[in-house]
Design a protein around this ligand. Structure first.
Ligand SMILES: [Zn+2]
Length: 312
């Protein structure tokens, strides 16, 4: 008999990805599907994706959801996922008759990074995903720290009172300054001020978004580089706040925005160092980009499903 596999699915704000996960974290049969905002209330789409992945060897299912997930796998609320008080775990178990674990997608991604990625070997880590918004996972004493169930919602720390309105309804959350949405806003401003510049050329008549900044910034375009410095510094300031509370050994930055690499991390490290209490006199956490690719959340979901089965 072939060794057991699990289905791991990462259900994000704008897309979902799933695949089969081996006990060692190997990921196969990947399925990627965009997820229009109009479909957010529906669980049918992730269930259809799971159904497409099922084989007789599947022993359990892990489903990561971008939102507040309680210890029973119930979605309490999610700023990027419409729907409240949804019994995601129970509904998924009922649909497939297999053990199911449901958690916040960033927690699953943190588990994967801590098990076989950039934070492997570290007992204390902060994992920050920069996507549409900010997701977070916290590794404390080698395990994902959940607090009362919803720990790690770093993106909604209020860092700029009176700032921009966040998807959560508050103003000035960290993710209003550090996210794909923020880069989208900066890209639009750059094109408005310089309709003939490299960013405008990169956008090619489309509405400018953050992904139109990367090429120009790598080519040395000053406006695009300044956008990454703006976001990177806000990233570093927020990380310094987290680090004085949590004292991690390593900070891992992931998500689509992290593809900018040193354009973002270099200003983030400087801003972090400038604000980290007692920086010259204590170990400074390493700030690195993720090791796992965009499938990290789905891999973590699958790993958690293996642990569910083995009771580890
Ligand atoms: Zn918020």
């Amino acid at each position: 008999m072939s060794s057991p596999v699990t289905v791991g699915v990462d259900l994000g704000g704008t897309k979902m990805v799933g695949g089969l996960v081996s006990p060692d974290g190997a990921f196969s049969n990947e399925i990627f599907r965009p997820r229009p905002a109009t479909h957010h209330a529906m669980l049918e789409e992730p269930l259809a994706l799971i159904d497409a992945l099922l084989t007789p060897e599947v022993a359990a299912i892990g489903l990561g959801v971008a939102g507040l997930i309680d210890a029973n796998g119930r979605l309490a609320w999610g700023p990027n996922i419409a729907g409240t008080d949804l019994a995601v775990r129970e509904l998924t178990e009922a649909a497939f008759g297999l053990p199911v674990i449901v958690d916040n997608d960033a927690n699953f991604w943190a588990l994967a990074e801590a098990t076989l990625g950039a934070a492997a070997g570290h007992d204390h880590a902060v994992i920050v995903t920069l996507g549409t918004g900010i997701g977070g996972g916290l590794i404390a004493d080698g395990r994902v720290y959940r607090g009362g169930g919803h720990a790690g919602e770093f993106g909604h720390m209020v860092v700029a009172p009176g700032g921009d309105v966040c998807t959560c309804g508050n103003r000035g959350c960290w993710e209003t300054l550090v996210s794909g949405r923020r880069l989208d806003t900066l890209a639009r401003e750059i094109v408005r001020q310089d309709s003939g510049g490299l960013v405008a050329i990169e956008a090619g008549g489309e509405s400018p978004t953050g992904r139109h900044l990367l090429g120009p910034a790598l080519s040395g375009d000053r406006a695009a580089m300044a956008a990454y410095i703006d976001v990177g510094e806000a990233l570093g300031r927020g990380l310094a706040t987290l680090a004085v509370i949590l004292d991690p050994q390593i900070i891992v930055i992931g998500g689509a925005v992290a593809e900018a690499g040193e354009l973002l991390l270099s200003p983030a490290r400087q801003a972090f160092h400038d604000r980290f209490e007692g920086a010259p006199h204590r170990p400074i956490p390493t700030i690195v980009t993720r090791h796992l690719g965009a499938n990290g959340g789905a891999i973590g979901a699958g790993l958690a499903a293996h642990r569910l089965v083995t009771g580890t």
